[in-house]
Design a binder for this molecule. Structure first.
Ligand code: EPZ
Length: 425
């Protein structure tokens, strides 16, 4: 099992480039199920989640190949086994989003309920509610969602909101199923994340008829069939935001290429609010910070609000702010595995339910820490860049799920990260 050895403090300076979005690529890979034939996804990151999703597609009957340049070809000509096995789906929650496409393509599907994960309970009741509205018969048997749409899918007005707002993969599942339903589907309280928009744009390229893209009200006019896609995935806004926090905490200056600032307005607003400069520049931006950051308050919300996937990284940044900040987690109230680990590095944090009070300290101190969910692990890397001494991060495979060879991208701009271990998970 790999570990990271990270020397600090350092100052990051130079140019980094953002990879394709993991969370856009995964549902688009599922969309290949909808159209028999060869689809090609360009620009997907080389991450373990992407390869696990490829294994899932192979397991249901697709042929999946990845070219040397990273392009993924998915041949979905024959789907012999519309079943998402527990052994694969438990490794990666996104496996749930083969459900909608399998129902639209095969008329039936069995997908394992996703397991728990480090960020807390992750129900799929809204996925199920939305698909039932489309006419799907769904039962839960032995940990599997057993779904039958042999009577066909029919368009409906569907409300997809839940106690924590919209659902990203729930919107993806219902939207994909609705593309081949009879009649028109309206999804109210649809997720508006850029990754959902990217999926909708890809579906329309396949011949779907979706309007209201990017809004909470999606209108999907069912069509008879779709054609395979060739599609370029959008840049990963969460990776971009992670690099922004790294530039700020090290009082550095990073030119972040292939970054769409429009996808990160809530994050850019917070950075400017705490004294970090963010300037648009060609295909990206320049992020710089000369002194301590000011404290602030962050509440995570569905897009276009502050993304929950950057909550941990910004907690690390605010641990060194000049004053007290508060971070409120409204999407995954238990998403605080990083709090204890950051406290080991001398961060002064007090958890109060779904909120953490971050009292700024003068310095962070290196310590051995444990990675947990992929974004909490990125927060530990960020903290280690600014901490005094050598930080050891265990279970680096969590970071590898969301960030492709992060040490090879940060070391050229001043980081001192050494990966040690046998590469096993
Ligand atoms: C996606 O997960 C992302 N994953 C997550 O990123 C991200 O944190 C999350 O959206 C929120 O933005 C992928 O895209 C692969 P949700 P998803 O359904 O779709 C509740 C990362 O770090 N909910 O939008 O599974 C749920 O419990 C990952 O890359 C229900 O109650 O999240 C949560 O509180 C982590 N019932 C809220 O909605 C449901 O049926 C939002 O979850 C579905 C969700």
């Amino acid at each position: 099992m790999d570990i990271f050895r990270i020397e600090g403090p350092v100052r990051l300076s130079g140019t980094v480039s953002v990879n394709g979005s993991k969370n856009a690529a995964l549902p688009i890979m599922a969309a290949a199920i909808l159209a028999p034939g060869k689809s090609v996804l360009r620009g997907a990151p080389r991450l373990s989640d992407i390869s696990v999703f490829g294994q899932l597609l192979v397991d249901i009957g697709c042929k999946v190949t990845t070219a040397a340049n990273g392009d993924i070809t998915i041949d979905s000509t024959s789907i012999g086994k519309p079943v998402g096995e527990y052994d694969i789906v438990r490794k990666m929650r996104a496996g749930i989003c083969i459900l909608g496409p399998l129902l639209a393509r095969c008329g039936k599907a069995q997908v394992s309920m996703p397991g728990g994960c480090a960020i807390g309970y992750r129900p799929v009741d809204i996925h199920i509610r939305g698909l039932r509205e489309l006419g799907v018969q769904i039962d839960l048997e032995n940990g599997y969602i057993v779904a039958d749409a042999t009577k066909g899918l029919r368009g409906r007005e569907i409300f997809l909101g839940g106690p924590f707002g919209s659902t990203v993969l729930g919107t993806a599942n219902v939207m994909m199923a609705a593309t081949l339903a009879k009649g028109t589907t309206v999804i109210e309280s649809a997720a508006c994340e850029p990754e959902v928009t990217d999926l909708a744009n890809c579906l329309n390229k396949m011949g779907a008829k979706i309007t209201g893209i990017g809004s909470p009200r999606l209108i999907i006019e069912g069509v008879k069939q779709l054609k395979p896609f060739e599609y370029d995935v959008i840049p990963d806004r969460i990776e971009a935001g992670t690099f922004m926090a790294a530039a700020a905490i090290t009082k550095g200056c990073l030119h972040i290429q292939n970054c769409r600032l429009g996808d990160l307005m809530a994050v850019v607003d917070k950075l400017r609010n705490i004294g970090v400069t963010v300037e648009a520049e060609n295909s990206g931006c320049i992020v710089a910070c000369s002194g301590h950051v000011r404290p602030t308050d962050i509440t995570t919300q569905p897009y276009p609000g502050f993304p929950t996937d950057l909550q941990a990284q910004f907690m690390a940044l605010l641990a060194l702010a000049e004053g007290n900040s508060i971070i409120i987690e409204k999407i995954f109230p238990d998403r605080f595995m990083h709090v204890a680990e950051l406290a080991r590095m001398a961060a002064d944090l007090r958890k109060e339910g779904a909120a953490v009070i971050v009292s700024g300290v003068k310095k962070l101190v290196a310590a051995p820490v444990m990675a947990s969910d992929l974004r909490a692990s990125a927060a530990l890397v960020i903290a280690a860049l600014a901490a005094e001494g050598t930080t050891i991060i265990n279970r680096v495979y969590h970071i590898d799920r969301g960030y492709e060879k992060i040490e090879e991208r940060l070391n050229p701009v001043g980081a001192k990260i050494t990966r040690e271990g046998d590469g096993s998970v």
